[in-house]
Design a protein around this ligand. Structure first.
Ligand code: HEM
Length: 271
């Protein structure tokens, strides 16, 4: 984490986006705390009211959802007993800002058994519910190989480990609930360079995985941090610009960055 200030994470310092697993072990006490996005919880609570749109749970995933909730609650110092809860992850989601995806092992590989999503980065709950890792990653460059590697990690990670990775992109605006990226792309395309400083935001996804010792499911957490690029220190802007311009054609195409180029030219230095 980058000190106590904003933005809390700066994954562009590692260079352009790569479609790789890139998971690193972290200290278990850093799993969910500090919740750097706790200020978004009131907005999240409003979205959670529509539980049909934000929550999914397979009946078979209920014991694992309870186990995940108990484990996360303990890590956060919450005194909760989810053992009778019918929607434990949905309840937990009122207290932690991270989106929560429970992956269940099965004969056809790992599948989404339950999820709470209020800050999806251009995918939706109906799209993800029940899907395998291969189905989910089909649109990603090299997605098939990536999914096979992710499955291997899920198979072998130990219950006492917490693994962390990051994704990032730029977007036109600070929208957090974005099941579809098209409105953000249209906004970027229509914007004038004079608007760049107020419009361009960096969106970081901080993801973790944790194996549940009893059910053997994996809890995948996604914390979305959104900050205006205008607020970044000049050294950080330079690192972000270098990573943006260093991305290869496949990454730029997949992330649909072309619509942002004129805004990035106005908001960030040229490397
Ligand atoms: C820790 C294991 C995982 C790794 C290493 C991983 C890796 C990736 C990567 C590299 C991308 C491309 C995104 C980008 O860079 O912008 C991606 C996209 C995505 N991932 Fe994962 N992923 C993991 C687990 C999951 C899980 C458990 C889900 C379950 C919901 C998931 C759902 C998705 C979706 C929906 C996309 C967007 C695909 C699209 O463009 O339609 N991922 N993932």
């Amino acid at each position: 984490m980058v000190g106590g200030s904003r933005p809390p994470f700066a994954p562009w310092r590692d260079g352009p986006p790569r479609f790789a697993v890139g998971l690193k072990p972290i200290a278990p006490q850093c799993w969910l705390l500090p919740d750097t996005e706790a200020h978004t919880l009131p907005e999240r609570a409003l979205l959670l009211r529509d539980s049909e749109a934000t929550h999914f749970q397979d009946e078979a995933a209920l014991p694992a959802a309870r186990e995940a909730t108990a484990l996360a609650g303990k890590a956060m110092g919450l005194e909760e007993d989810p053992s009778r809860d019918a929607r434990p992850l949905w309840q937990l989601a009122h207290k932690v800002s991270d989106d929560l995806v429970l992956m269940m092992p099965g004969a056809e590989g790992w599948r989404v058994g339950a999820a709470v999503l209020t800050s999806p980065t251009f995918f939706s709950l109906p799209h993800a519910a029940g899907k395998t890792l291969h189905e989910l990653h089909a649109p990603v460059p090299g997605g098939n190989r990536l999914a096979t590697r992710i499955a291997r990690v899920f198979d072998h990670v130990r219950p006492d480990q917490v693994l962390e990775r990051f994704n990032w992109t730029l977007q036109a605006g600070n929208d957090r609930y974005t099941p579809d990226g098209a409105p953000l792309q249209a906004r970027a395309q229509a914007a004038r360079p004079e608007e760049a400083l107020s419009l361009v935001h960096v969106r970081v996804e901080r993801q973790t995985i944790t194996k549940l010792p009893e059910t053997g499911a994996v809890l995948f957490t996604i914390r979305v941090c959104i900050d205006p690029v205008a607020a970044l220190a000049s050294k950080e802007k330079a690192a972000l610009a270098a990573a943006w311009h260093g991305a290869d054609i496949a990454a730029r195409g997949y992330k649909k960055w072309a619509v942002l180029d004129h805004l990035v030219a106005a908001a960030l230095p040229t490397p």
